[in-house]
Design a protein around this ligand. Structure first.
Ligand code: GLA
Length: 389
């Protein structure tokens, strides 16, 4: 039974952790917090959001990340659909940006820097000859400040961090926020925002690895994907966009009518350091800045469907090509292509294409606020199967 949030929410202090939950039922709306461990002397917390439908989301203040999303499948079973690790200590060692908030600039910047307002800024080269995901120590490798929140849409956590001027070579002090809310409509809403005191590139990206068959359940090649994008940004051998905004027509990147991920997978074979597979930015249709439905992913085994809406211009579709069989939560094996990321974003390397037609403006100025919304809505399709099937 679903309860109107405003009528039933009670805030409780339980065993040193603060939780807010509706009276009584097991599947109540709540947010709970616990100490998960310690990293470099900093306490790391884990939060659990619950809604009234059995959906649960675990978050951590390390990297402002998602570590578990439990969804009820078409047979009523709880399935954890994201990759992660049991202990916080494994994240710095093994994680490939699992579930985290990437910043200050997600994805790649060509070479070792950029010019802005007549000044050159030097960045770390940490991916081949390029800069990736904010540098050596990006937003994903810090413990953020956190506040549990109860909104009219559901329980959540707001994470904030101050990125000082000069951090990883970027100009301006950036005040960043990442807020997660689990709604009674089975949506995981992610709102990212930032302000700065000097002009800086800014592209904060959410990096969960999804497998709607359940984490560790094999590859995602049989999952169905639809992406509303007429164009994509072709890349060179080091994954840097060439500058062209090419049509997806007749290419393996045409997901407009939906197809299984495996159907054209062979078009991107491995080659040397490139493990092959999809790792492409698609240019989303519709008006930038307006929240619109852009992608749908579904798994025929569980019947779980995830629809993504965003206000962003692009989406990085990445098929976990660098996953290497590492051991994840509960001993699960995360094999190559065992999950996928759908990272809404400004196009990679946009800072080198400012003012070019069709390219997003990624320079945040002190008079503006950066905003980025993602809504992941979960549902199921298909007819329940009996246990024996
Ligand atoms: C993004 C990039 C990939 C890879 C992953 C993290 O999706 O596009 O090339 O770096 O992040 O492993």
């Amino acid at each position: 039974m679903r309860h109107p949030l405003s009528l039933v929410l009670l805030c409780l202090a339980v065993g040193g952790s603060v939780g807010c939950q509706s009276g009584g039922s097991m599947n109540s709306t709540s947010v709970e917090v616990e100490t998960w461990g310690e990293l470099d002397g900093d306490r790391v917390q884990r939060f659990t959001l619950r809604n009234g439908n059995g959906m649960e989301v675990d978050l951590s203040d390390y990297g402002a990340m998602v570590t578990r999303v439990q969804v009820v499948d078409r047979n009523g079973r709880a399935v954890d659909v994201v990759l992660g690790f049991d202990s916080i200590a494994e994240y710095p060692e093994k994680s490939q940006y699992f579930g985290c908030t990437v910043g200050r600039v997600g994805n790649r910047i060509a070479g070792d820097g950029f010019d802005l307002d007549g000044q050159s800024y030097q960045l770390a080269i940490n991916n081949g000859p390029n800069h990736l995901h904010g540098g050596e120590r990006g937003f994903d490798k810090y413990v953020w400040k956190s506040t549990e929140i109860l909104t009219s849409r559901g329980p959540g956590v707001r994470f904030t961090r101050t990125s000082p001027a000069g951090e990883e070579g970027y100009p301006g002090t950036l005040e960043a926020q990442a807020t997660y809310i689990l709604t009674e409509e089975d949506e995981l809403v992610i709102q990212m925002s930032a302000t700065t005191d000097a002009a800086t590139p800014c592209n904060i990206v959410h990096h969960t690895y999804w497998n709607l068959g359940g984490h560790g359940s094999g590859t995602v090649l049989d999952e169905m994907l639809e992406i509303d994008a007429d164009r994509y940004t072709p890349v060179d051998a080091t994954f840097i966009p060439t500058g062209e905004l090419a049509s997806v027509d007749g290419t393996p990147l045409d997901f407009r009518n939906g197809k299984t991920i495996g159907s054209d997978f062979g078009a991107f074979p491995g080659n040397g350091d490139d493990p092959g597979g999809f790792d492409h930015n698609l240019c989303l249709n519709g008006e930038v800045g307006v929240l619109r439905e852009v992608a749908t992913l579904s798994d025929s085994k569980t019947g779980i469907v995830m629809t993504i809406s965003t206000d962003q211009p692009g989406i990085q579709f990445y098929t976990g090509n660098f996953l290497n069989g590492m051991t994840g939560k509960g001993g699960a094996e995360y094999q190559k292509n065992g999950a996928l990321c759908l990272e809404t974003q400004a196009f990679p390397d946009s800072i080198h294409h400012q003012g070019e037609p069709g390219w997003p403006d990624v320079v945040l100025k002190p008079e503006n606020t950066y905003g980025h919304v993602m809504v992941h809505r979960f549902s199921t399709e298909g007819i329940a199967t009996s246990e024996s099937e």
